[in-house]
Design a protein around this ligand. Structure first.
Ligand code: NAP
Length: 434
């Protein structure tokens, strides 16, 4: 008998789990179920369009997907086309790898004003996610505030200020490229509630901000600490010192060097979004860092802007019929085990942090747990049962070979230097398949 495993989701955590199962000694069949026709989750919709190299991992995932004991069922929505309970009955083990695709709220007055977006929404929009392609943000604004000091905040700031030439070899969809490039945007304010030494972005991303064609980084020397203090691992100290050195280089850059500026602004927490229907400014309270936390000082200031992107981290949506830890924004789990035969990996398991490769150990652990818990499998219906149900319900599942046709069309449609021209609706993707 072979062990049958269904993985829900198709991002990095899903593929690393599939790979670990298929590489194990267990006789195992793995079926991946994805709501959209296209696989790869955050690799397609999260990684910045101008960081194509980061997306190379898709090639490794495609290798996994073309193995004999693997099947892909795209365009199949759990909870709509088929229930999670149905899937759990059909398979020995089910792995939730659905990520953290929602925005955390800032929790301040005015955040529902027009022109205020969470980074999950905004990044999905410029990355051509079918659910967000109609967002239509007004980018014809001079000032933008990006809240947060993580890599997503840097991605958003950079994509907004890069020139058409800098974005030519990317898969930024036309509907996003056109308003970004036509925008009168001159100043992006990236605001962190703590200081340069507590910022979460990595040094490669930070340094890149000093090498943009049309945009210069700005930092107030008074906000730059003299050194890196406090207890931390040697590795963290090295990385923080690197960031501090880069920040110091930015202090000397002149505001009029280039037509656009990204202002790295520290020690300020947002307290209110100001304006009428539409955002006009953000009010901040100055902070100091005490015991690693931002503490308000009771001094306030405002930054005028027509657009706010809150890049303050993502959260997951509860999964139907599954215990959910609201505070942590994750499925309740013990080291990945959720319930009998149900497992979690990636951001739905441990929250939205880490890089693509951070999901690899999750996949390995889940594969080990599944094999330990289920041995050779109980002879459940697995793939045959899933396919019979989908056929009976008239669901047009997209196989991996189907996806490869869609992908080939995206590549064929791309401009000279672009890697692909993404289809941005499910209808367009399915139309390729006739
Ligand atoms: P993140 O790294 O956790 O950064 C979130 C930022 O938001 C932090 O600066 C945090 O400040 C701030 N923040 C949180 N709540 C806030 C509030 N209420 N008000 C003001 N600021 C607030 O999250 P992320 O940028 O979304 O990235 C998610 C993960 O993806 C990270 O692990 C990241 O490295 C990874 N990623 C990597 C890349 C890359 O490798 N190029 C690109 C994109 C994303 P505090 O630190 O004070 O909490």
């Amino acid at each position: 008998m072979s062990l049958s495993v269904a993985i829900i989701g198709s991002g990095p955590a899903a593929f690393y789990t599939a790979d670990a199962l298929l590489k194990s000694d267990a006789d195992c069949r793995v079926d991946m179920i994805e709501r959209l026709p296209c696989p790869y989750g955050l690799i397609r919709f999260g990684v910045a369009p101008d960081h194509e190299k980061t997306k190379n991992v898709m090639r490794a995932f495609a290798k996994t997907a073309t193995q004999e004991n693997f099947s892909y069922y795209g365009n199949v929505e759990i909870g709509k086309d088929i229930g999670l309970d149905d899937i759990r009955e059909m398979y020995d083990a089910v792995v939730l790898a659905v990520g953290a695709g929602s925005d955390r709220t800032i929790g301040i007055p005015g955040e529902d004003k027009k022109g205020v977006f969470g980074s999950a929404t905004f990044v999905n929009w410029y990355n051509g996610h079918p659910d967000f392609r109609d967002l239509d943000p007004d980018l014809n604004v001079k000032g933008v505030v990006v809240l947060g000091n993580g890599n997503v905040a840097i991605d958003v700031a950079r994509v907004l200020v890069k020139t058409p030439d800098e974005m030519a070899a990317t898969d930024l969809p036309d509907y996003a490229a056109d308003p970004i490039q036509a925008s009168v945007l001159s100043d992006v304010y990236m605001v962190g509630r703590r200081g340069p030494n507590e910022a979460k972005y990595t040094n490669v991303e930070l340094r890149e901000m000093g090498h943009l064609a049309n945009c210069v980084p700005q930092i107030d020397a008074a906000q730059v600490p003299d050194s890196v203090e406090g207890e931390m691992s040697d590795r963290d100290r090295r990385l923080t010192e690197k960031n501090l050195a880069t920040v110091r280089e930015f202090v000397d850059r002149q505001a009029d060097e280039k037509p656009k500026r990204v202002h790295f602004t520290y020690y300020a927490q947002p307290v209110e979004i100001l304006g009428g229907d539409q955002v006009e400014a953000v009010r901040f309270e100055r902070t100091q860092v005490k015991d690693g936390r931002a503490v308000g000082l009771g001094e306030f200031f405002e930054i005028s802007c027509g657009l706010v992107v809150a890049a303050i981290g993502y959260t997951s949506k509860p999964v139907a019929d599954t215990p959910f830890d609201e505070r942590g924004g994750i499925v309740t789990n013990e080291d990945g085990r959720v319930a009998a035969g149900l497992y979690a990996v990636g951001w739905i398991k441990r929250g939205p942090s880490g890089v693509i490769g951070s999901n690899k150990p999750d996949g390995k652990l889940a594969a080990e747990q599944i094999i330990t818990d289920h041995g050779a499998g109980a002879g459940k219906g697995g793939r045959a049962a899933l396919e019979a149900t989908l056929t009976e319900r008239g669901v047009r599942a997209v196989s991996f070979a189907d996806w490869q046709k869609i992908e080939a069309a995206e590549i064929a449609n791309a401009g000279e230097s672009a890697p692909r021209k993404k289809f941005v609706t499910v209808g367009e993707m399915l139309a390729v398949l006739g």
